[in-house]
Design a protein around this ligand. Sequence first.
Ligand code: ACO
Length: 334
Amino acid sequence: MYKSKITGVGHYVPENVVTNHDLSKLMDTNDAWIQERTGIKERRHIKKGDGNSTSVMGVKASKIALERANLTPNDIDMIVFATLSPDMYFPGGGVQVQEMLGMRTVPALDVRNQCSGFVYSISVADQFVKTGMYKNILVIGAENHSGGLDFTTRGRGVSVIFGDGAGAVVVSRSDDESGILSTHLHSEGKHKDELALDGPSTGYWVPEIIEDNPQENIPYYPYMNGQFVFKHAVVRFAEVINEGLEANNFTANDINMLIPHQANLRISQFIQKKMRLSDDQVFNNIQKYGNTTAASIPIALSEAWEAGKIKDGDLVVLAAFGSGFTWGSVIIKW
Ligand code: ACO
């Protein structure tokens, strides 16, 4: 069995800053409501004509991660791309990255696990590296939410929360003791309708939708039962972090940096309190970017690393919870 390690991290967010005040011009909302409920002050949105898309942002983040790993696209043996908002319904974002980076005909796999997508993707990459099948895997989380949200008062419960961006890491074969120690994944499909987007899908009968909504566009907008999601998130986050710690004989005290999926600042604060972690042990940047689902962990990881908050030998924990429900954690000795 080989060992695996994150050897490079990178992120990219669009330049266009959208504040809570900007949103209040589009819908009946306000800065106080959004900040109090979510902690979000602003987010980034792709702007028409800025050349960005989910896969383009993924490529920008990947180039930084590759450079920091001292690798070129030619060194990569596989792409794992996590997104719920690919440029095309199919094919996925992975093949677009393969083309844009001019890579060999390496496998490209899209992971559809929403907010947990990046944690699931790291776990997939980890298995391929540890079995010895591949040496270097590019793992990307990227989202273009702004292209698919309802920015009228009807959609305000969801659309104020999400933002656009991308993060990427390189998972490589490693010889030393540090690296990815373990990954822990779960799902509970009975809650699939609590945070979901019905279409487009083959189980979604478009003529019926048009018939049911004669006055409106086809409602391809996500639905979220916010309070239900909140209650499950705080339980599952703590559970899966503890599962990972226990599997490696660590306790919460040993954590140098917890990077939770940036779902909502209140969720992160709740977990921090529940696990008795100090402010220095938890990284949050949802205030600036909103919830970028599969991109939130690699963006936060990259920012924390750039700020010198993650050092060699640190115990770094990644944890996510999201639609499905799906959840998971990654335990890393950096
Ligand atoms: N601005 C102003 N008012 C709003 C807005 C808005 N953007 N959105 C909803 N409201 C109104 C509602 O219409 C409602 O009005 P009413 O009382 O007249 O009916 C009122 O505010 C309260 O609405 P609730 O949905 O009950 O508000 P709540 O306090 O539950 O906050 C929130 C909503 C922020 C979504 C909360 O439930 C939450 O934090 N949920 C966790 C889910 C989450 O964070 N999801 C992130 C994505 S999922 C993930 O990443 C895991």
